[in-house]
Write a protein that binds this ligand. Sequence first.
Ligand SMILES: O=C(O)CCC(=O)C(=O)O
Ligand SMILES: [Fe+2]
Length: 324
Amino acid sequence: MPMEKRPGNVIPAWEAIPVVDLKGGNPNGEELATVVEQIIDAGKEFGFLQVINHGVPENVINEMMRVAEEFFDMPIEEKLPYYSTDLSKLPRLHTSAPGKEHEEVSYWRDCLKLACYPTENFMHTWPEKPRKFREALLVYTMEVRGVALKLLKLICEGLRLDEGYFDGELSGGGLVTSVNHYVPCPDPSLTLGVPGHCDPNLITILLQGKVNGLQVLYKENWIGVEPIPGAFVVNFGEQLEIITNGMMKSAEHRAVTNKTASRTTIASFIAPTMDSLISPAPALINEKNPPLYRSFLYKEFFASFITNIGDQEHVAEGFKNKTS
Ligand SMILES: O=C(O)CCC(=O)C(=O)O
Ligand SMILES: [Fe+2]
């Protein structure tokens, strides 16, 4: 890796990223107002938060993590049929970042990417081994999607957007899940698991497991996101930043490696449909707040993300209005 992109001495996780208690997933009354405020504050400041007490049963989370780890523990012959460099193919097992052949460097990651929603359209494509993989992913997908939609509603409440603003096309582009696997690395200072990027989609729900590795760029410092058992890490994608006209941040993040433990993470990406028209929400625009971004189709943005491999820090910059 070029010197300036190497992580150098990897800093330990610390507890700066807000942890929001979702009160079982259905906060009410005063509790609701507090939860909404905490989510909005986290979105403005960090673009990242963790949620606990989110209502997803512990066994659903543990079972998903168990089958994910078992998948990567299987002998190579079992995994090879999924390996492909064709970006349009899902499920797809790949190493490094998508489009590895365009990269100058390889990253320390294996990734199984799956199309997950609507589940009835994709379930038959999911790995049959390990046993129970499909069963676990089916339940997990439904639960995680529920959490994401709930969070989007809470964001609408906080920003005074119509409750269903993100329903339909804006969150209806399916749900893609990356099961990331990082094996121990002899020298974590020299490489990255995932290079710095902003997620291009609307909102991401990440199950981090027990091992450190996720870092968020905050005021020019990389801060670690402490693994909390059973919590989800939530981060806002670039479409959410654009639709909220910059109010909710989409933060750059990356994954570092470590010497001793393998790390498995499960990232669920909620995205708009490819033909969705994206633009700052009219309700958030006024004389003092002119639209920072131009309107575009999501597929236009996504194409730009894919062709910027290795330089995906903030693809949204290219969609800003020139005058702003
Ligand atoms: O594995 C992680 O901690 C982060 C993965 C990530 O950022 C991604 O898959 O977009
Ligand atoms: Fe990411």
